[in-house]
Design a protein around this ligand. Structure first.
Ligand code: HEM
Length: 514
């Protein structure tokens, strides 16, 4: 895709900035892979990766291919769904507690329930699964429909067909799920006993011997007759659903998984991608999110009197640290001139258990000045980068920068208690936006993040200083909750909308001069 694209930029960052510089919040919950909840030494027998993968399946499994309802839509967050016997346990609540922390206006709750297990699986021995974003969060619970272990084979086959999977795919999907985790005594006392095991304090009997590694050991142990899977060799045959499912094609599928780790991994990559992409009818997912080779990050412009403070970073994918590398930022201004500065190395990030490395450079002028000072009259229209003499300009398009509507740091606080402030937004002469507004992320009555706009009115009088490139629009605000973050948005006559990357709170503003 072409940068900038706010939603894809956010999804790409959540998917690929996993560890190190500017890392997102997910990967460290599964590093090491047996982390449970927020970390520390874990003797429970449980793990985040297991909770996340099961939760995603339970969110999806309500799907009905015939009427298009259900699917990955985070309906599993509703208490009404969690209270159903099919969703017994606290794993769903744990998952929500961790993964919903990455949601924002661009990353839905259902996307976070997808990103979690995808990142967990690829960091814990499993395949890279193609990720598409854009899931919409349900406004109400879905119909019940998650399979339960005491149901018979015909019921399970019918259930998977309703979800959109054949019998063979059912065998695959169950073994891709049950290569991780196990069954807990607390919630399934009729399936597994109390273990009294200091290494499994929550009495979890695991499906295979490598229960936080995504591998084909479940199949190997099943085929070789050494399995301890409590849904295969459980003392209660009624709940031996894995046994009935795995054996339902004469062990052909499980046999092929046992023989080939690669076949298991590639089959799971395909089946799990389909599981994650099973969404209610009408939801349009993005294309598969792939890492941008050159990606500006958090580019911001703030007006400081006659100067624009231009800050940001750029990430180069598949590049490690190299002190001898030179990186230049080139930017064009409104006068048709090009400026050039050398950028400072700012860090390295990694992804997919270290399989990928990215090098980051920041727009600092010096180590202490985290921005470039640009003459406001000249402004900035687009950027390019030159890395060791190689031009990076998105195939000739450049990386466009909007300096049309920017926060002015003449904004100030009029009162501290309650917090009140006077926000000044600078609008570039000649732009003539249809609207300028503050944006605030709020939760609706069912926890979905929406953006509420507060209109800013244009100045009543023409700017006193007509030679200034910007006119100041302003708004007076009070903040009852003291820490509301605002971004700045504007809309053009053709409906195109823009949002700033910089966020502001009233409590951060300097006092207004009296
Ligand atoms: C007929 C279909 C299925 C049945 C009857 C079934 C049943 C169960 C049961 C009873 C548990 C124990 C849960 C607990 O103790 O909290 C479990 C755990 C689990 N299931 Fe399934 N399952 C099925 C399909 C799937 C599928 C398709 C996936 C994912 C692709 C999956 C992923 C998991 C995972 C990761 C766990 C481990 C949870 C943990 O250790 O906390 N299951 N399953």
């Amino acid at each position: 895709y072409i940068w900038p694209s706010p939603q894809l930029d956010a999804l790409e960052a959540a998917r690929f900035n996993q560890n190190g510089h500017n890392a997102g919040g997910i990967a460290n919950f599964v590093e090491p892979c047996d982390v449970f909840f927020t970390g520390g030494i874990n003797f429970t027998g449980r793990s985040n990766i297991a909770d996340w993968l099961r939760t995603a399946y339970h969110d999806m499994a309500t799907h009905n291919v015939t009427d298009g309802t259900g699917g990955m839509d985070a309906s599993v967050r509703f208490a009404e769904e969690q209270e159903r016997p099919e969703n017994v346990g606290d794993g769903i609540a744990n998952t929500i507690g961790l993964l919903f922390t990455i949601t924002d206006r661009y990353i839905s709750m259902a996307d976070s329930l997808t990103l979690g297990p995808i990142i967990a699986i690829e960091n814990c021995g499993g395949p890279e699964i193609a990720f598409r974003g854009g899931r919409l969060d349900a406004g109400e619970p879905n119909m019940p429909g998650v399979p339960e272990p005491q149901q018979d084979l015909e019921t399970h086959i019918a259930s998977f067909v309703r979800q959109g999977f054949t019998q063979t795919e059912m065998i695959g999907l169950v073994s891709c799920g049950h290569t991780i985790g196990g069954v807990q005594h607390d919630f399934f006392p009729d399936i597994v006993p109390e273990l009294n095991d200091p290494n499994s304090t929550e009495s979890v009997v695991h499906f295979d011997s490598t229960f936080v590694t995504f591998d084909n050991n479940l199949a190997i142990e099943y085929i070789s007759g050494t399995t301890h899977d409590p849904l295969v060799v459980g003392f209660n045959d009624t709940t031996n659903s894995d046994k009935r499912i795995f054996g339902s094609d004469g062990n052909v599928t499980m046999g092929s998984f046992a023989k080939s780790r690669d076949f298991f991994q590639s089959t799971c990559a395909g089946l799990l991608a389909r599981m994650f992409n099973t969404v209610p009818r009408g939801v349009q997912l993005t294309d598969v999110v792939t890492p941008l080779p050159v990606k500006p990050f958090n580019v911001q412009l703030i007006l400081d009197r006659d100067t624009l403070k231009f800050s940001g970073e750029v990430r180069f994918w598949n590049m490690s640290e190299d002190a001898s590398r030179t990186v230049f930022l080139l930017w064009d201004d409104h006068n048709g001139r090009t400026h050039q500065v050398s950028l400072l190395f700012s860090g390295v990030s990694t992804a997919v258990a270290g399989r990928y490395t990215a090098a980051w450079y920041s727009f600092n002028a010096t180590a202490d000045t985290p921005f470039q000072a640009i003459e406001a009259t000249a402004g900035v229209t687009s950027m390019r980068f030159v890395v060791d003499g190689r031009l990076e300009d998105q195939g000739g398009l450049g990386f466009s920068v909007q300096d049309g509507v920017v926060f002015s740091n003449t904004s100030c606080a009029t009162s501290q208690n309650p917090y009140a402030g006077h926000l000044e937004i600078a609008v570039r002469n000649g732009l003539q936006p249809a609207r300028v507004y503050l944006e605030q992320e709020v939760l609706d009555s069912v926890q979905r993040i929406t953006v509420v706009d507060t209109e800013i009115t244009p100045p009543a009088h023409p700017p006193a200083n007509a030679s200034s490139p910007y006119a100041i629009w302003s708004i007076d605000l009070e903040d009852a909750v003291k820490s509301v973050w605002y971004t700045i948005g504007f809309e053009l006559d053709d409906g195109a909308k823009f949002s700033s990357n910089d966020m502001h709170r009233l409590i951060d503003l300097p006092p207004c001069a009296s």
